[in-house]
Design a protein around this ligand. Structure first.
Ligand code: PMP
Length: 411
């Protein structure tokens, strides 16, 4: 197992280096950034800054080339065959809105079904609610078993001839479980439908190969994968992207404009209206270099060791209940829990007094929290820069929180 008592990675992260007392356990919300990513962003502004695509002068061409190099880098990261099928947007939410509005608008007909898991983030739920409403289609949900597993039987029952689209998180941001997206794809494809994968929580933790998954669209956010805020990635199948209408319109995404009409630039520009965040895109490529440089196998082994230790330590506290799968192998960096009789917001606030940062709330997955019979949960999420001491601090702070609320327990 990975050596989580030692931490060779923390030194790469300036914020963690300058806050040695902080136990940062909220990487599923956004990760910290290594210096190489911050440097790449800064270097762009210092050496290459110009509006890409617009100019014919050297700096602008440099900026354009930097974006295209980053596009190829992203394609390689997720196993995409063509860089042109990578669309840059703001975040996973925007990528999924693009798919639901443009592709959903194109293919959904009255009576069709869109099938989601009940554990979808609101970003992969609300856009489909809207798309279904517009098309007269129906939303259908896959419910997991008591461990959070979507079973073959559930997929067989829900994915059928009416299913036009299955849209699912590869990894849940609440339960940390990996959904059987490849099996979902096989089923929906057998009925002539399509698979959309929300990779926001998988791309930072698992090696991604869109061809092996067999999906038609894949979305993730750079900021959860050590990259900058403001950059989302959408990959889609060539022929689908070609057939889809634009989502946002305006500059850079057109071919020809007259007073009354316009024609569209080819993919990917068709989906990239307006000025691109070239510096962010370049920094995203640097983040993927950083991740690949370490190796997702190393990342995964370390996270697994951290999760195993976290769950073992939480199990020592009789007043803490972990949600989802009992085995750490089924948690990809994410562990949600509740503390008996103490509201998750109070838990998070008291942990903050001990310099332990966790998330509390519904995690933008309200239907799942409701289905679990909770109103809110605590969530600790891990990344490779965490170590055993972060978890020890969390456990100590949870004990303090418990005795603060239950002073008689100390007697
Ligand atoms: N899907 C999942 C599974 C997520 O965890 C998140 C972020 N919490 C999102 C989508 C949305 O990502 P963003 O906020 O970057 O758009």
């Amino acid at each position: 197992a990975a050596d989580i008592a030692h931490n060779p990675f923390k030194a790469d992260f300036p914020l963690l280096e300058s806050n040695p007392d902080l136990a940062f356990l909220d990487s599923a919300a956004t990760a910290q950034r290594p210096a190489c990513v911050l440097d790449a962003q800064r270097r762009f502004y210092e050496a290459k800054n110009a509006n890409a695509l617009r100019g014919l002068y050297r700096l602008s061409v440099d900026a354009t080339e930097a974006i295209e190099a980053a596009r190829s880098r992203v394609a390689r990261f997720i196993g995409a065959a063509h860089a042109r099928d990578i669309v840059f947007c703001r975040n996973t939410s925007e990528a999924l809105n693009l798919v639901a509005a443009s592709f959903g608008g194109l293919v959904l007909k009255p009576g069709d079904e869109v099938c989601l898991t009940i554990m979808e983030h609101h970003s992969n739920l609300v856009p489909w609610q809207q798309a279904c409403r517009r098309a007269g289609a129906t939303l259908v949900f896959l419910y997991p078993d008591e461990n959070g597993v979507v079973t073959q039987a559930e997929m067989d029952a829900k994915i059928g001839p009416k299913t036009k689209i299955v849209a699912a998180a590869q990894v849940s941001n609440v339960l940390g479980i990996e959904n059987p997206v490849r099996e979902m794809g096989e089923r929906v494809h057998a009925h002539g439908g399509y698979l959309v994968v929300d990779g926001a929580q998988s791309a930072p933790h698992l090696p991604i190969d869109v061809e092996a998954i067999g999906c038609d669209f894949f979305a993730f956010s750079a900021h959860k994968a050590f990259g900058p805020f403001g950059i989302g990635v959408l990959w889609g199948r060539d022929e689908l992207l070609d057939a889809m209408p634009p989502f946002l319109t305006g500059g850079e995404m057109i071919e020809y404009v007259t007073e009354q009409d316009a024609t569209w630039a080819p993919v990917p520009e068709k989906f990239e209206a307006g000025t691109q965040d070239a510096a962010g895109i370049v920094a995203t490529a640097a983040a993927l270099d950083y991740l690949d440089g370490i190796g997702l196998d190393v990342v995964h082994a370390r996270e697994q060791a951290l999760v195993a230790y976290l769950m073992a330590r939480l199990a020592e506290l009789p007043y803490v209940r972990v949600l989802g799968h009992p085995s750490p192998a089924h948690h990809h960096g994410v562990v949600s829990f509740v503390v008996d009789g103490i509201h998750p917001h109070d838990v998070a606030s008291l942990l903050d007094l001990e310099n332990v940062a966790i998330r509390a709330g519904n995690h933008c997955a309200q239907p799942l929290i409701t289905w679990l019979g909770e109103e809110s949960t605590c969530r600790a999420s891990l990344a490779l820069y965490n170590d055993q001491s972060d978890i020890d601090r969390l456990i100590a702070a949870l004990k303090t929180t418990w005795t603060t609320f239950n002073p008689e327990s100390q007697k």
